[in-house]
Design a binder for this molecule. Structure first.
Ligand code: PEP
Ligand code: MG
Length: 544
């Protein structure tokens, strides 16, 4: 607590620290601009928090009631952190870290200290949390691994570690107590295991695994430039699922033929709000510019359920069955229009497709089209350059959409099967609930039949159909999907080369034969058994 006579001085200290924090963040943004658009957007969200006038006013009020500047900053941010901690949405809970980073910077500025790092190259960083700003620094220092005490797999630092390809294990409580400076550590990002001071046998086995992995990786790397074609000459278009512009670079590097799914809602997480049409336009454009002439499919914001929930009016008991995807977009046409406008403006910079999530009725498609037509007319009247005829597609991720696939196929330019949600809704199994994880399987015969029905509908009408759910990258599913007649698959860039390898090993005729049997299966176990026998038959063939 401070005396009344100290209030003015404390408020001055706060203002100085505030200015320093903002200047520091702006400087960091400048530095990051050439490095990573993701880091820039994260730092921008820090800047937004730090510059929030309501928060600043509240801190000043606390000082005026007798708190020191430091205490006022900590107490005010604690209120916001507690509010976020209690959110049902995990993504919102993870935003607590953003507030912590801003507090840390403000406190450092108040104490007139600069944060500094000392690090040898080839180090593993062990910390409570790691800021994206730190990440940039660590990457420059050739850090080889990260361990943090808190955070989730969707936290920004984790997203970056993945982008940089640096192994990270998160959520190890007391890691900073248990691990000492200079300790030898193994960070196994595949299993989430950390071994401190490993014995010789463990070290040796990990060295062996690392050597195997780098051999496998370099063997696969040679596939990047080779065509994605089966042994019997069927070409399979291999596209990427991406969340950020940096992912687009990764997609190009592994030889993907464009992007089959941009989960645009990740932009909302990075901004922490709905960006305006100009901000969105820049984001879409930066992806298109990286993809050259290859096509890029932007999916409209899939808001709701376990994803970004900003704008959903109240708590939902069953959010996965609630105001999600297209339902939310039709509920908030203002948000939908802004996104359509930004995508149409960006469409002059590349080969753009636009896709609607969570569709379950023709009425939703018609309503979306009306909004689109209205936006096109308004852009035309303002003289804005756009490509008004970008292909429109729907995602088939509800049983209703799969059963009506033929009707959708007659009304759109392409279909894309979201097997994650198609399995969730067909099997009535929450995809985020570990208690029912053993029931959630897109290889369930009911899901397989819905996929088959969708592919047939698209083929009958003569429009392209792809799979962009996780099943597309599933090691056991490649033959199934080829046998079902799929010739377009979209996966995370990190899975693309392995998938291409499996495609190049496959014989489409044999796959189709096996699928005829799969379609008679009545259990998931049987489906796996049929596919396994097919793969056993392929065993031992050379990769060419
Ligand atoms: C899907 O549901 O399969 C899909 C690709 O969409 P998301 O995982 O983003 O829901
Ligand atoms: Mg989905």
């Amino acid at each position: 607590m401070i005396a009344e006579s100290e209030v003015t001085n404390e408020v001055d200290r706060l203002h100085a620290a505030h200015q320093a924090t903002i200047a520091d963040l702006r400087h960091a943004i400048d530095l990051a601009t050439s490095e990573s658009t993701t880091v820039v957007s994260i730092l921008e969200s820090y800047l937004m928090i730090a510059s929030d006038p309501i928060i600043t006013q509240a801190i000043i009020k606390r000082i005026e009631s007798g708190a020191s500047a430091e205490a006022a900053v900590v107490d005010e941010f604690d209120v916001h952190k507690t509010f976020l901690y209690s959110a049902r949405d995990q993504l919102l809970r993870e935003r607590v870290q953003d507030f912590e980073h801003v507090v840390e910077r403000m406190l450092a500025a108040l104490r007139n200290r600069t944060l500094s790092h000392e690090l040898r190259s080839d180090s593993i960083v062990v910390a409570g949390t790691i800021t994206p700003h730190d990440m940039l620094f660590f990457k420059r220092m050739s850090t080889i691994g990260f361990i943090t005490e808190v955070g989730g797999v969707t936290s920004h630092s984790c997203i970056l570690a993945r982008e940089y390809g640096i192994p990270a294990v998160i959520g190890i409580r007391n890691a900073t107590d248990l691990i000492g400076d200079g300790d030898e550590i193994i960070v196994d990002g595949f299993t989430g295991l950390v071994v401190v001071r490993p014995n010789d046998a463990t070290l040796q086995s990990y060295h062996k695994r690392m050597a195997e992995q780098s051999r496998e990786r370099s063997e696969l790397a040679s596939l990047a430039a080779l065509p994605s074609v089966t042994r019997d000459g069927q070409t399979v278009v291999l596209r990427a699922n991406i969340d950020t512009a940096i992912d687009a670079d990764a997609a190009v590097a592994v030889g993907c033929d464009g992007v089959g799914l941009v989960r645009t809602e990740t932009m909302l997480v990075a901004f922490g709000r709905y960006p305006n049409a100009d901000e969105q336009y820049q984001w879409y454009r930066s992806i298109l510019e990286r993809c050259g002439t290859s096509s890029v499919t932007f999916r409209a914001f899939d808001v709701g359920s376990d994803k970004f929930r900003e704008g959903i009016p109240h708590h939902e008991e069953n959010p996965a069955l609630g105001l999600r995807g297209i339902r939310f977009l039709l509920y908030r046409p203002d948000i939908f229009e802004q996104q359509i406008e930004a995508i149409l403006r960006a469409s002059v910079h590349g080969d753009v497709k636009f896709m609607l999530p969570m569709i379950s009725s023709i009425e939703e498609l018609d309503a979306a089209r009306r909004i689109m037509d209205h936006t096109i007319a308004s852009l035309h009247s303002r003289g804005v350059a756009i490509n008004a005829s970008i292909p429109i597609g729907v995602m088939i991720e509800t049983p209703a959409a799969a059963l009506l696939a033929r009707s959708f196929a007659e009304r759109v330019q392409f279909l894309s099967i979201g097997t994650n949600d198609l399995a969730q809704y067909t099997l009535a199994t929450d995809r985020t609930n570990e208690l029912v994880a053993d029931i959630f399987d897109a290889m369930h015969p009911a899901v397989v039949r819905l996929i088959a029905q969708t592919v047939d509908a698209a083929n009958e009408v003569g429009i392209p159909v792809s799979v962009c759910g996780e099943l597309a990258g599933h090691a056991a599913a490649t033959e199934l999907l080829l046998g079902l007649g799929l010739r377009e698959l979209s996966v995370a860039p990190s899975l693309a080369l392995e998938l291409k390898h499996r495609i190049r090993m496959a014989e489409s005729v044999a796959c189709a034969d096996a699928v005829a049997t799969v379609l008679t299966c009545t259990s998931t176990t049987e489906v796996y058994a049929v596919l396994q026998s097919l793969q056993a038959g392929d065993h031992g063939r050379m990769i060419t």
